[in-house]
Write a protein that binds this ligand. Structure first.
Ligand SMILES: Cc1ncc(COP(=O)(O)O)c(C=O)c1O
Length: 471
């Protein structure tokens, strides 16, 4: 039995197609058991990010919405016009939240639009494809590059890797954690197709200077993608609540695309995100058609072929059931919990917040390795996300942390963790080996070793465990 396959002993391993089907109630009981076990991990409120909603009644509602269309493939739109209603309205609601109504004031000929994708990475990768093909068609660029902060999500690297775009990595200011604008300005050249800024970035939750990036994008007639995958569905409400959050959306004239994940703070089921565009002409570059295929005329809006009608329906249901009032109310609780947790961090001289975070915060230490704190907090059931260069841990505050008592428990556990880290029982923290960075950055040899370990982890997720006989 391995960590990745803890059910091996209890439920066995299926190594080939079973000859005879099993009774449904037995299958459902087995799945329910595993689901409930796994839900216990985050229902304590001690888990950073990933479970953005956590309300089991909301999930039950979404599951019901999903079940009406779970069997539908939305590629066949003549059979499911409801999908067009849901999809177009998801996009309209997202554009409204991101102030696309302002586009008319700075780009009167542009009509904002969007696309529902399968998640944040899909939205980002699709945007990269659209920029590449736009730049090729409109400017004849064949050796494109994109300038992105080192804090931008790896999905940008994935997009660059897939579509032959050179990623130019801009450093960030170590104190603010925000992209170095001087670097960005100095590295724009004739092959630059798009600039990237995050609102907020995954490591620290901080928001890049999007207004300054917008000015640069306009000056050079290039794209500006704002990655709001994580923050896109919470920062707008934070602004409305009066928190100090800079404008990052379509009110800025240089912003051409924004990714915002409905499956994060939109509280939808996993598997949807919205890629919003300032104008239709750019979206055309993500479309794919094949007109001479013997199978008929083929068209699909993005990277996926068949897509789930259930997920689009559940996303729509989530958004219309929450509405502005619901989103605002939940955002208020989340921001309040986050600032209270940040106060707990600030109360320790040994700890240091990274930049000026809002709802998602990261902290480090110049006194001890922060992974000692992580080791202690892990024992208490906390699951932070680990950062490197410098070592830090982040807490992306979600609704489970807004349950009564969670913030207080965080403050108490953290105070004990700081004491522990001041005289730890071992020199090297345990969790640092997994999450922490090699000081000064890895050498190529270490990088290759770590990559091999990561490939092994991916294999372990997808391959059945080897049997006792080694088969
Ligand atoms: C800032 C940011 N961008 C992009 C992504 C990628 O989103 P997904 O995991 O849905 O592909 C994430 C995921 O956490 C993120 O935090």
């Amino acid at each position: 039995m391995s960590d990745r396959h803890p059910y091996e002993d209890r439920f066995g391993v299926i190594r080939g197609m079973p000859g005879k089907g099993r009774p449904r109630d037995e299958i459902l009981a087995e799945m329910k058991w595993m689901g409930e076990e796994e839900d216990k991990v985050w229902q304590t409120g001690k888990c950073s990010g990933t479970m953005y909603c956590g309300d089991m009644e909301h999930y039950a509602f979404l599951n019901e919405a999903f079940s009406n269309f779970s069997h539908v493939n939305v590629l066949q739109r003549d059979m499911c016009p409801s999908a067009s209603k849901f999809e177009s309205e998801i996009i309209a609601m997202t554009l409204d939240m991101l102030h696309a109504d302002a586009v008319g004031s700075h780009h009167p000929d542009s009509v904002p639009c969007g696309s529902v994708t399968s998640g944040g990475t899909d939205s980002i990768v699709t945007a990269m494809l659209a920029y590449r093909d736009w730049a090729r068609a409109e400017k004849g660029i064949t050796q494109p590059n994109a300038i992105l902060p080192i804090t931008a999500h790896p999905a940008f690297d994935k997009g660059c890797h897939l579509f032959g775009i050179e990623p130019i990595k801009a450093p960030v200011d170590p104190d603010t954690t925000l992209v170095d604008m001087g670097f960005v300005r100095d590295h724009i050249d004739d092959n630059t197709i798009v600039l990237v800024g995050s609102a907020g970035n995954y490591p620290y939750g901080t928001i890049d200077p999007i207004e300054a990036l917008s000015d640069l994008a306009l000056e050079h007639d290039i794209g500006l993608h704002v990655d709001g995958c994580l923050g896109g569905f919470i920062l707008p409400w934070g602004q409305e609540l009066g928190y100090d959050i800079p404008i990052f959306d379509f009110r800025l004239p240089g912003v051409t695309t924004i990714s915002a994940d409905t499956h994060k703070y939109g509280y939808g089921l996993k598997g949807t995100s919205v890629l919003s565009y300032r104008e239709h002409s750019l979206r055309n570059h993500q479309y794919f058609t094949s007109t001479d295929w013997p199978g008929g005329k083929y068209l699909s809006p993005g990277l996926a072929g068949s897509r789930s009608g259930g997920l689009i329906a559940a996303t729509w249901a989530s958004m219309v059931s929450n509405g502005r009032e619901g989103y605002l109310a939940y955002a208020k609780q989340i921001f309040e919990a986050s600032y209270a947790m940040q106060d707990a961090v600030k109360s320790h001289d040994e700890l240091k917040l990274m930049g000026q975070p809002t709802w998602c915060f990261s902290f480090t230490s110049e006194v001890f390795d922060i992974y000692h704190v992580n080791d202690f907090m892990k024992e208490r059931g906390w699951r932070f996300n680990g950062q490197q260069y410098p070592n830090a841990v982040h807490m992306c505050v979600t609704r489970p942390q807004t349950q009564p008592g969670v913030v207080e428990t965080f403050a108490n556990d953290l105070a004990e963790a700081v004491k522990y880290a001041l005289s730890p029982p071992r020199e090297q923290p345990i969790s640092g080996a997994i999450y922490g960075g090699v000081p000064g950055g890895p050498t190529p040899e270490v990088g290759a070793f770590i990559r091999d370990v990561m490939f092994g982890m991916l294999d372990g997720m997808q391959d059945v465990p080897t049997s006792p006989t080694g088969s």
